[in-house]
Ligand binder design. Structure first.
Ligand code: MRU
Length: 390
């Protein structure tokens, strides 16, 4: 297990049980709803990245303000902001905020410091490709504008980070439309981990069809896996779906076979952190168990993936770097007292790879890719290139 420095204390901007001061509107009944907060926002005045501290949900809604490289790195590493797209947006805002602190107007000196900060942020979590995808996109702005002043480049960096945030809303909505076409009103849907609003900017990826269905009266029955060890399903997915009025039932990770055997699940929708060119998909640990069980009961598994999560430079899932996390997450976190013998060996990979043969479709913002994925994913990127030649 790798030794870590003590996390930096990030600035807390609000500490409100079940609600927040600086973001979030009141509902008709005066209650604030988690869905009214921005998962990741830019405070332009400071400047700072403002996030909901997801480690405190659902008990407390705390907004924290991240200004230094260490605060941003820690927030990503400690899963205060998590979920592949949200990590990408936080990194984009983060590198912009840091660029404002680089005290030079000399392009070469600025670029060198920018790349140092970029490499540091990129090291926070290895599996979600959106982290390096967003940082590379921000770096391209600096490289493409070498002839401009550093002051102008900072303005362009802010614009790019805001574009990454805004695109995420459009992309997730498009995924929602394509995903919704795969299910019928009244269907049972199982999801794992949190690929919801809290993992993105607005709709989520795996939850986007659920939210669009909710708007259109589909009355889905959703089963949310609690998702050991960090309980993103229980703490985040169940919370945001329930707050949105969706019919959601929380189950332990070892109950997916029971609900599928009962015939309660018509489709599985999950998110992902990196899809390889052959369609193998890395997502939260346990996803591949769900997929294997679903195959057993003939339930289709759909992986919802913005093209920013598809890594055509990674040939197969075997090449995906799987993050290992501290043993304490398994042995004691969330328990009143330690629940495993001292010194026991622990294996705690944060993700697993679901084999492409277990995936019925990869739902992107450009349509649903089907097997063989090596060809269909290339077609998805051809469509993207035709629409966005840059
Ligand atoms: O470790 P986490 O909580 O960041 O893992 C998140 C997931 O595995 C999500 O399913 C994935 O990032 C997709 S989010 C739209």
């Amino acid at each position: 297990m790798r030794e870590r420095e003590k996390p930096a204390e990030s600035g807390r901007t609000a500490d409100i049980p079940g609600g927040g001061k600086e973001q979030g509107q009141k509902n008709m009944d005066g209650q604030k709803n988690i869905m009214d907060y921005e998962t990741v926002a830019l405070d332009e005045r400071e400047p700072a990245v403002v996030i909901i501290d997801q480690t405190r949900l659902p008990g407390r809604t705390e907004l924290i303000s991240l200004k230094s490289a260490k605060e941003i790195w820690d927030a990503i590493y400690l899963l205060k902001v998590r979920g592949a797209p949200a990590i990408g947006v936080a990194a984009a805002f983060g590198i912009y905020v840091l660029s404002e602190k680089i005290r030079t107007e000399d392009y070469d000196a600025f670029l060198a410091e920018f790349q140092k900060q970029k490499a540091y942020l990129d090291s926070a979590r290895p599996t979600a490709v959106n982290l390096s995808w967003a940082l590379n996109r921000m770096e391209r702005v600096v490289l493409k504008n070498a002839g401009r002043s550093v002051t102008e480049i900072r303005v362009l960096l802010k614009r790019e980070a805001v574009a990454i945030r805004d695109e995420d809303v459009r992309v997730c909505r498009a995924i929602g439309e394509y995903g919704l076409a795969l299910v019928r009103p009244g269907d049972g849907i199982l999801t794992h981990c949190n690929a919801g609003k809290l993992a993105t900017v607005k709709y989520g990826t795996a939850t986007a069809p659920i939210y669009l269905g909710q708007e259109r009266g589909y009355h889905f029955r959703v089963f949310a896996d609690e998702t050991r060890p960090l309980l993103q399903g229980a703490r985040l997915t169940a919370y945001e779906l329930q707050s949105s009025g969706v019919d959601v039932t929380l189950i332990c990770d070892n109950m997916s076979a029971a609900v599928m055997k009962n015939g309660w699940v018509n489709a599985v929708f999950v998110g992902c952190d990196r899809v390889a060119a052959n369609g193998d998909a890395a997502n939260k640990i346990g996803t591949s168990v769900v997929a294997a069980v679903a195959a057993c009961y003939g339930v289709p598994v759909y992986v919802c993936a913005p093209t920013s999560t598809i890594d055509m430079d990674t040939a197969t899932g075997g090449e995906i770097h799987i993050e290992q996390r501290p043993a304490e997450e398994v042995t004691e976190m969330w328990y009143r007292e330690r629940m495993a013998p001292e010194g026991v060996k622990v294996f705690n990979p944060a993700f697993d790879v679901t084999d492409h043969t277990l995936i019925a479709g990869i739902v992107t913002e450009y349509g649903v890719a089907r097997a063989p994925y090596t060809a269909s994913l290339k077609e998805i990127f051809r469509k993207k290139a035709a629409e966005r030649p840059d």
